[in-house]
Every structure is written in structure tokens, then in C-alpha cells.
Design a protein around this ligand. Structure first.
Ligand SMILES: Nc1ncnc2c1ncn2[C@@H]1O[C@H](COP(=O)(O)OP(=O)(O)OP(=O)(O)O)[C@@H](O)[C@H]1O
Ligand SMILES: [Mg+2]
Length: 251
């Protein structure tokens, strides 16, 4: 079988069926079913420790699920050989919770790193152009030769976002993109997520506790509770929900 990935043209870019993942004495994901259409911003909310990060790590097999089917961009993630899995991972950007930049590398080197690692770097000049374009996307060209220690929290988030985008992924997984930021910077980052999604037509999965981020970014919100999806809906639908548990989140 060829390890090459075929182009995916279907509408559902993420399809999870009966996904299960337990850690010793800790059944985290019991039965998660979720579909996300192309171009959508899907937000996942749920209490701390409920399994949101585990869920998106399963999608790229940073964590091996125990059971269930994971289809991403038309590929069965569970059964992909390593080469094909790596090919698929290139199409999926992952902005990790905490989104650590490499502290010993300059902003430029942080952005060059994914290109070089994925053999997507051309000449020195092309590489520089890609880095500058990525920085322009997040409005931070002037930081190119700075070190992470010289950046504010919000700037680090933006550089993290630029580093994720530089590979031009089709899907971006955001794990708490606004945590630790003041409300205004948090709104700016949420708006930036929307602007970039419109510009690059990516599909986004955004995990967040930040209700303003939910409001700005979400097309559909999925609520994770007790190991499965409790409910899904738009911001207005969930905000008006009579369910006391949902209400706690939104009011
Ligand atoms: N590699 C691991 N080994 C063992 N247990 C793990 C591992 N990763 C996560 N867990 C456990 O799985 C559960 C869900 O963790 P997860 O990080 O997905 O929570 P979360 O919903 O993202 O929480 P938060 O909102 O605080 O980020 C937790 O009980 C956690 O301790
Ligand atoms: Mg988490």
C-alpha cells in the first residue's frame, strides 16, 4: 500500500466514533462521537481534567486511544503507518496548551524550526520570506531577532500561532489559546484566530475556558462531560439553555 496521502475532498474533516481512552483507574473518554465540517470553528468546552487535551491528542495519536474510530481528512488515523501518519500530521497544526517556544532560540529560529524539520525550507532567502510572512500574519515582524524571554505573554502566543501556521495546516488544534492573558489581549488573540481562519480557510478545533474566546470564535460548541459529548450548539443556543450545568458555563 502506498504511504502517500490522497487529497481529501469530503465535507467532514474530522469524524470520531465511539472513541475511548482510559488511564489506570481513570476512564477519561468513554464514548466520544464528533464530526466537524470543513472550514468550521469547533469549540470544545468542559471542566478541567475532563479530557479535552486527551481528546485532541488522540486525534494526532500523540496519545493512543483504546478503542474507536478516528477519521481525519478522510484517513483512518488509527491504522496509518508511520510515514503516512507523519504526512497527515503536517496538515494538522497543534497549538499546545502553554505553547512553549524554544527559549534558547530566537523568534526567527523558532519559526524556521518546523520548516526545516518537515523539509519545507527552500533557500535561505525563501526561508526568510516565509518567516517574515508568518510574522506579518500575527503583526509581529519587528520581533524577528528577539528571544522569547524578551516577549510578553500575548506576543508569545502570537509567535506560537505563527509557528503553527507556517506549515499552512488544513486543520488547527488550539489548546487553550488565550489562557493567562488579560481580557483585551485575549480578545485580540481570538480575533486573530478568526482572521487567520478566514484567510487560510482552515478548520479549527479550539479548546477554551475563556467565554469571550468561545463567543468570538465558535461556530459550534461541543460540551464534554463524563467522558462523552453532553451537548452541542451555537453560542446563543447554549447561552439560552435551561440546563443548569450548561448555564454555569455561560452565565
Ligand atoms: N499521559 C497521561 N497519563 C496518565 N493520565 C493522563 C495523561 N494525560 C492525561 N491524563 C489524565 O487524563 C485526564 C484528562 O486530562 P486532560 O489533560 O485531557 O484534561 P483537560 O480537560 O484538558 O483539563 P484542563 O482544562 O485542566 O486542561 C486527567 O485526569 C489527567 O490526569
Ligand atoms: Mg487541557
Amino acid at each position: 500500500m502506498s504511504a502517500k496521502l490522497s487529497e481529501h475532498t469530503g465535507e467532514q474533516v474530522v469524524k470520531l466514533e465511539h472513541l475511548k481512552k482510559s488511564f489506570p483507574d481513570n476512564p477519561v473518554l468513554r464514548d466520544v462521537n464528533l464530526t466537524i465540517p470543513k472550514g468550521e470553528n469547533a469549540v470544545i468546552i468542559g471542566q478541567s481534567g475532563i479530557g479535552k487535551s486527551v481528546l485532541i491528542k488522540c486525534m494526532v495519536r500523540l496519545i493512543e486511544p483504546d478503542a474507536g474510530r478516528i477519521e481525519i481528512l478522510g484517513h483512518q488515523v488509527n491504522s496509518l503507518e508511520e510515514e503516512a501518519l507523519n504526512g497527515l500530521r503536517k496538515k494538522i497544526g497543534f497549538l499546545f496548551q502553554g505553547n512553549a517556544l524554544y527559549d534558547s532560540m530566537s523568534v526567527r529560529e523558532n519559526l524556521e524550526f518546523p520548516l526545516v524539520r518537515n523539509k519545507m525550507a527552500g533557500t535561505k532567502k525563501q526561508l526568510e520570506r516565509q518567516v517574515i510572512q508568518a510574522l506579518d500574519n500575527v503583526g509581529l515582524r519587528q520581533t524577528i531577532d528577539m528571544m522569547p524571554s524578551e516577549l510578553s505573554g500575548g506576543m508569545k502566543k502570537r509567535i506560537g500561532l505563527a509557528r503553527t501556521l507556517i506549515l499552512q495546516p488544513e486543520i488547527i488544534l488550539y489548546d487553550e489559546p488565550t489562557t493567562g492573558l488579560d481580557p483585551i489581549t485575549s480578545k485580540e488573540i481570538s480575533q486573530l484566530i478568526i482572521d487567520l481562519q478566514r484567510h487560510y480557510h482552515t478548520t479549527s478545533i479550539i479548546i477554551t475556558h475563556d467565554i469571550s474566546c468561545v463567543k468570538i470564535t465558535a461556530n459550534t460548541i461541543h460540551v464534554l462531560k463524563d467522558g462523552s459529548l453532553y451537548t452541542s450548539g451555537t453560542y446563543n443556543e447554549l447561552k439560552q439553555s435551561k440546563d443548569a450545568w450548561i448555564n454555569n458555563f455561560f452565565n
